[in-house]
Design a protein around this ligand. Structure first.
Ligand SMILES: C[S@@+](CC[C@H](N)C(=O)[O-])C[C@H]1O[C@@H](n2cnc3c(N)ncnc32)[C@H](O)[C@@H]1O
Length: 285
C-alpha cells in the first residue's frame, strides 16, 4: 500500500487539493466544458482541466491536442476529433465546425458531460467565443476553463520575457492568417506598439507576408530581434532566432513548420542568448 501511495503521491495531492477548494469539482451531466489544454505539455494543464478531462464522458478535441494529454482522459470516455492536421476548423472548415456544434449538442442533450478540449486557451484564436455563443443560444449549460495560450507557453519555454522593464512594455497577440482571409488578416499592422513584443500565431505558412507587414506597415526596423518557437513545450520543440528581415529564410532553412509562434521585438533576443548559453554549456565553455 505504501508503494502504491508513493507512486501516486503527486496525483493524489492534485486530487486532494482540488477537492479541498471545490467540493463539487466533477463534471455535471448535460454540461459542455470549453477547456483550454495549454500548449502541449501535460504538466501545463490547469487542475480544473485535468479534473474535467479525467471525469468527462465525451471529449471533443482539436488535432493540436497531443496524445500525452488525451491519454489522461478516462478509458471509458468517448474521444471525438473532427479536424485533421493542417485543416483545422479555424482554417475554414465550415462544415467541420457545424459538425462540432452538432456533436456538442447531441451529447449534452443525451445527458453526457462533454469536454470541448482546445489547444492553448479557448478564447485566444480558438473559436471558443463562437462555440460559447452557440451553446448559450441553444440553452445548453456551459463553463469556460482557461488554458495557457501558445504565446505564453512558447515564451516561457524559449525564455523570452514578453514584457520587461526597459526592454518591452507591451505584448500583442496577432494572427498571421485567419479563417476566411486567404492571404491576410484584419490586424491593424500600422498600430502595433514598436516598444513591445508581438507574438504572431498561425504565421509560419505566410512568414514572408507577415514579415513584410511588420517591416513596411508596422515600421519595425529590419534588425529587430525575432524568434520562432515551433511545437513549444513539447518534446519536439524547435527554437530559431535571428533578425526580423532574415526570419523567413531562417524558417525555411531550419524546416520550421506549424504549429509555431513568431516573436518580434527586443525581448526576442533572449531566445538567442538562451540558445548560445545552452551551446556553450554543451561544449563545456
Ligand atoms: C488555431 S490557433 C489556436 C491557438 C490556441 N487557442 C492558443 O491559445 O494557443 C493555432 C496556432 O496556435 C499556435 N500554437 C498552438 N500550439 C502551439 C505550440 N505548442 N507551439 C507553437 N505554436 C502553437 C500556432 O501559431 C498555431 O498555428
Amino acid at each position: 500500500v505504501r508503494e502504491y501511495l508513493e507512486e501516486r503521491s503527486a496525483d493524489l495531492a492534485v486530487r486532494v487539493e482540488r477537492g479541498r477548494r471545490r467540493p463539487a469539482a466533477g463534471p455535471v451531466p448535460g454540461t459542455v466544458y470549453i477547456v483550454g489544454a495549454g500548449p502541449g505539455d501535460p504538466d501545463l494543464l490547469t487542475v480544473r482541466a485535468l479534473g474535467l478531462l479525467r471525469a468527462a464522458q465525451v471529449i471533443i478535441h482539436d488535432y493540436l491536442v497531443p496524445g500525452a494529454i488525451l491519454s489522461l482522459a478516462s478509458p471509458r470516455a468517448r474521444l471525438v476529433c473532427f479536424a485533421r492536421r493542417g485543416r483545422t476548423a479555424g482554417h475554414g472548415g465550415a462544415l467541420r465546425q457545424a459538425a462540432i456544434l452538432a456533436a456538442m449538442e447531441e451529447h449534452a442533450r443525451a445527458g453526457r458531460s462533454v469536454v470541448r478540449l482546445k489547444s492553448g486557451d479557448p478564447f485566444v484564436f480558438g473559436r471558443g467565443g463562437e462555440e460559447m455563443s452557440w451553446l448559450a443560444s441553444r440553452g445548453i449549460p456551459f463553463e469556460i476553463v482557461p488554458g495557457i495560450t501558445a504565446a505564453l507557453g512558447c515564451a516561457a519555454a524559449a525564455r523570452i520575457p514578453l514584457t520587461q522593464r526597459g526592454v518591452s512594455s507591451s505584448v500583442t497577440l496577432v494572427a498571421g492568417h485567419e479563417a476566411g482571409g486567404k492571404n491576410g488578416t484584419a490586424v491593424e499592422w500600422e498600430r502595433l506598439p514598436l516598444g513591445g513584443t508581438v507574438a504572431v500565431y498561425m504565421g509560419v505558412g505566410r512568414a514572408a507576408g507577415v514579415v513584410r507587414e511588420l517591416l513596411e506597415k508596422a515600421g519595425f526596423p529590419a534588425a529587430t530581434p525575432a524568434a520562432a518557437v515551433a511545437c513549444g513545450t513539447r518534446p519536439d520543440q524547435q527554437v530559431v532566432s535571428g533578425t526580423l528581415v532574415e526570419l523567413p529564410r531562417l524558417l525555411a532553412r531550419r524546416g520550421v513548420r506549424s504549429p509555431a509562434v513568431l516573436f518580434v521585438g527586443r525581448s526576442a533576443a533572449f531566445a538567442a542568448q538562451e540558445a548560445a548559453g545552452r551551446e556553450s554549456a554543451a561544449q563545456g565553455v
